[in-house]
Each structure stands twice: as C-alpha cells, then as structure tokens.
Design a protein. Structure first.
Length: 138
C-alpha cells in the first residue's frame, strides 16, 4: 500500500457552508497520484465541519445553515462560551457533521457523484483559516 499526504489551507470565511471540492481535488491532483484508492479528509478544527451534499444549487448551502441554526440555536444557556456566544454552538454543530470524510479516488480523481460536492461548514462568526489534511491510500 502506498500513502500520499498533503494539506489544504482554506481562507477565513463567514459562517455558512462553502463548496471546497475544487481545492480538495487540486490538492489530490498535486500528489502526482493517478491510481485508484481512498482519500481521507481530516479537518483540524472543532468549530467547523466537513460534509458531502448537493453541489449545484447555492440554496442547499444556505438552507443547510438555517437547519443547523434551528437544531443548535446560538441563544441558549450553554456553559462553555470562552470565545463568545457562538463558541459552544459551533462545537455542537461540528459534532453533528464531523471533521472527516472518506472519498473514493478513481484514476487520480475524487469519485463523487454528479451532484455531490464537499462542503466546509463554518460554524463561527469570526473564523480563522482552516486546515484539511488529505491522505490518499492506494
């Protein structure tokens, strides 16, 4: 088995879900890997998350943010608020989606379905840069 690894830094963004499929595919392509295998994506943060969802309509991304805000409201009696009122809700939203994904790779390309895209869901109002570690195993 061979293992290839790289990281992608995602610039700060406002709260919401953003497609990062192109950035991830570019990083996988940069590994000089043209075979088949699995790409494991790991987000090194606890207040943002990764998910795969529909990649065509921007309404899905804004609706996803609305759904998350209904499930985990910011105004509640959370004990943990070291970094502000969005701190604990961000951690809870992160746990709903998680920080890792595994995607098949075929011929050096992510084998996503026609309407699938990789989202970085930012759960903080003032987010820092985010780092995704990509490990391709074949």
């Amino acid at each position: 088995m061979s293992v290839h690894q790289t990281t992608v830094t995602i610039s700060p963004q406002r709260r919401g879900c953003r497609l990062i499929t192109r950035e991830i595919q570019s990083a996988v392509s940069g590994l000089d890997f043209t075979g088949d295998g699995l790409a494991h994506l790991f987000l090194q943060h606890t207040s943002a998350s990764l998910t795969i969802n529909e990649n065509a309509s921007p309404d899905v991304r804004s609706d996803m943010e609305s759904v998350l805000n209904r499930i985990v409201p910011e105004q509640s009696s959370y004990r943990h608020s070291m970094e502000g009122p969005d701190d604990m809700p961000a951690h809870a939203k992160c746990s709903l989606f998680g920080v890792s994904l595994t995607v098949p790779v075929s011929g050096g390309r992510l084998a996503l379905g026609t309407w699938q895209g990789i989202y970085l869901c930012e759960h903080r109002s003032q987010a820092p840069r985010r780092t995704v570690v990509i490990t391709v195993m074949s």
